[in-house]
Design a protein around this ligand. Sequence first.
Ligand code: PLP
Length: 458
Amino acid sequence: MYANSLIELDRAHLIHPVASYRSHEKHGVRVLASAKGATVTDASGKQLIDGFAGLWCVNAGYGHESIVEAAARQMRELPYATAYFGLGSEPAIRLASELADRAPGDLNHVYFTLGGSDAVDSTIRFIRYYWNARGRPERDQFISVEQGYHGSSTAGAGLTALPAFHAGFGLPFDWQHKIPSHYAYRNPVGEDPQAIIEASLAALRSKVEAIGPERVAAFYVEPIQGSGGVLVPPKGWVKAMREFCREHDILFVADEVITGFGRTGPLFACSEEGVVPDFMTTAKGLTSGYVPMGAVFMADHVYETIAEGAGAAAIGHGYTYSAHPVSAAVGLEVLTLYENGLLDNGVKAGRRLMQGLESLRDHPLVGDVRGRGMLAAVELVADKINKTPLPASAEPARRIFDRAWENGLVIRAFGNGVLGYAPPLCCTETEIDAIVERTRLTLDETLEDPDVRGALRV
Ligand code: PLP
């Protein structure tokens, strides 16, 4: 009764992000009521393992009293403090300092946002400002990678390279360019790591030449492409792209909104290759999703150029909720949890997750298994030899998501038949094994589904 009326209210009033409104009206909302650890409970009392940590964000798991306490304490003491006109709050200052201490290289300056999209959007603004400050206003062209996701702000969605974010929105802008993804499973040069790195370098070089080398402002990468289907570049790819940008005086932005805060193992994924970007964007795991917050990390030389360029003038970029003290208090507590066992557990659990998912390779529907740490994907195909995707007419994403739900598992099912995994880093071995077992069960049931079976060539 309670749930049914919520479903009606939702249908009538709540606009959902990245959804077909018509199909959402048809299927209705699933209401989540509570959660603890890696388990979520829906309004009917059904319990599920959250194999996607909400939206790749609840890295610490649900129901951490110490996080709740940190937020409550801060709300009682000082629920809000602007960071405008020279004011500040202790948690925001401390969090910026703790993050700068742990960030790669000289990423010593932190600009807090409300999430990932405005973190990316902030980098676009800062980068334009930077090149103007250097007296190079013509450097106003931006490059990103096909299958990339850089959020949903007006400018950031144009760096994003997923069709749903462009169609009907008049995007991308003509200053936004793309190079092909490293996507190993479907790369025209094959799966050889060196060949993929060389192909990406060649693509970036020719894109820069086509735009005009003196015009390119910045290049954006995700250390692992998330929303494009968890596409893991070969080892050395990020470093090679970073070096190219350094040689060509192009700013290099690592978008670590998903990969940051232990998702792939260490606190920041780009440190795995010793890469120091000019900017790094983060969000999600920064507060483990308990409250909204993102952070832009800016290298010393960028900060100095912007500061010198502006002189006494105000740099007009800010939000009412920049450096929010409650979010910062949560961020400080979450950081403590990462360093008191959560990162280590994530590494162990990630190894088990990858082993478990690898064991699904023999399943007739599984074409590829990929990932690093607690970030993984299983790509389903209708035909393993030709890597034919499951036909959209079989609605693989919806069917698999629904079936996994019935089996007590939340996963991300992308439209093209890729299953995404990003469990909380606190998962036990038993929970990881259950994620894998429930996936196998879901795939077995999918194979028996006459509508899907008819589309298969297995
Ligand atoms: N950048 C990347 C790499 C992301 O994965 C996301 C969100 O998934 C964003 C930016 C946007 O973050 P948000 O949804 O917090 O605005």
